[in-house]
Ligand binder design. Structure first.
Ligand SMILES: *Cc1c(COP(=O)(O)O)cnc(C)c1O
Length: 412
């Protein structure tokens, strides 16, 4: 059986099995070995010298993790992937491995909070960062410099759900030969594949929708095969010996995964692979639930504003319709001033006051007082985050139950 023309879920379900696993096992086994023995010492030397493929040491590769990497590559329509212990480790790896002092990057200013914090660190280490409103490609174009190495955006920003001008930014990067990196966590490869808009690298936090059950952390970088690494100035000479298509990931695997060691454990890889089997089904339900709750809240006079790409009032509603299969499982909203956001959250009976997103359970959080507290009021104002903003990551509860939870909490 080949997966070439099969659907998204069929491909994932039968991916491991196609590799003829012993006893007809339907899952890639969890390989716990840290080291791998070779009968012929010459073969071990060949593996170290890159003349033969094989595993050496668990930090830079493991068969269970490789099976997940192959699955993610197929989900993203890419050419290769590397897994990390968390999504942040994957984001950190992009910078550790690919940027040098004197480089410049352009980033969307609507960013996951910890990525925003990484940029502050990068800026102290000699890489200049320009933060722009990436909902319009012209802001990105205006920020480009001769030393711009990379443009980084998220698909749907958290918590205000701004959508990057993905197609036009992709075209601009292609025209200028700049690496386009897309954090696809909020959409997941089921709703959107960044390869379709010219991304060279795709980052996913596997912790979120892909694993989906709040029980494991992981991250990944996928190379889509679209970027020409032979033209990238920061590839070291020893990686130049490889075919151009492999240079980016090879350098990331060695310089970030191997040297900094944020490796995904084989047990975590197994858990993530199980979660991925139902990604499409969970996304279908979560997106339907999110749209239904967002519409109910938007129609209620006690609610001041709802930010959800699925609402016609959303500034990038047309863009979301064009690019994504559905509008996502995350929205945010503000109540009218007479309802205190903490009181409202305390009246919820199903939704959990917790950070995290893309889970099977619905999670709610007062953003300015928690995940975006550390960045301070000025940066929050720039990002359009009001003190009363509530972020909702919608789960897969039965629709009527979860809609009721949000409407019942409105009655004081
Ligand atoms: C959660 C998240 C990350 C970080 O992933 P972890 O697995 O929590 O380290 C990165 N980007 C986005 C958009 C996220 O939502």
């Amino acid at each position: 059986m080949t997966s070439a023309n099969k659907g998204f879920t069929t491909t994932i379900l039968h991916h491991d099995r196609q590799k003829s696993i012993e006893h007809g096992s339907v899952h890639k086994p969890v390989h716990t070995a840290v080291m791998y023995g070779y009968k012929d010492a010459r073969e071990l030397a060949d593996v170290f010298q890159g003349k033969a493929s094989g595993y050496r040491y668990g930090r830079q590769g493991n068969p269970t993790v490789s099976a997940l990497e192959e699955k993610l590559t197929s989900m993203e329509g890419g050419k290769g992937s590397i897994c990390f212990s968390t999504g942040m480790a994957a984001i950190g790896a992009v910078f550790q491995a690919l940027l040098r002092q004197g480089d410049h990057i352009v980033s969307s200013s609507f960013l996951f909070g910890n990525t925003n914090s990484v940029w502050q660190t990068v800026a102290t280490q000699g890489v200049q960062v320009s933060m722009v409103d990436a909902t319009d490609v012209e802001h990105v174009r205006a920020a480009l410099k001769p030393e711009t190495r990379m443009v980084f955006v998220e698909t749907i920003a958290n918590p205000r759900t701004q959508i990057a001008d993905l197609k036009r930014i992709g075209a601009l990067c292609a025209e200028r030969g700049i690496l386009f990196v897309v954090d696809n966590t909020m959409t997941s490869p089921y709703l959107f594949r960044p390869v379709a808009v010219g991304a060279g690298l795709v980052v996913n936090s596997l912790t979120k929708s892909i694993a989906g059950h709040g029980n494991v952390l992981g991250g990944a970088i996928t190379d889509t095969g679209l970027f020409d690494w032979s033209a990238y100035p920061n590839i070291a000479d020893n990686f130049r010996k490889q075919p151009a298509a492999m240079q980016g990931l090879s350098q990331i695997r060695a310089k970030a995964l191997r040297d900094f060691g944020a490796s995904l454990s084989p047990d975590a890889a197994h858990q993530i692979a199980i979660g991925a089997e139902t990604l499409a089904l969970r996304m279908e339900r979560a997106c339907h639930n999110a749209k239904t709750i967002a519409e109910a809240l938007a129609a209620d006079e006690r609610v001041a504003v709802v930010h959800y790409p699925g609402l016609a009032s959303h500034p990038q509603h047309a863009l979301a319709t064009e690019l994504f299969r559905h509008y996502g499982g995350l929205f945010s909203f503000e109540l009218k001033p007479e309802i205190d956001c903490f009181d409202y959250l305390n009246r919820m009976q199903l939704a959990i006051n917790a950070t995290h997103l893309g889970d099977t359970r619905t999670l709610v959080i007062p953003v300015a007082h928690t995940i975006f507290f550390e960045m301070g009021a000025a940066r929050r104002a720039e990002m359009g985050i009001a003190d009363s903003l509530i972020r909702v990551s919608v789960g897969i509860e039965d629709t009527a139950d979860i809609v009721h939870d949000f409407t019942q909490a409105l009655q004081a």
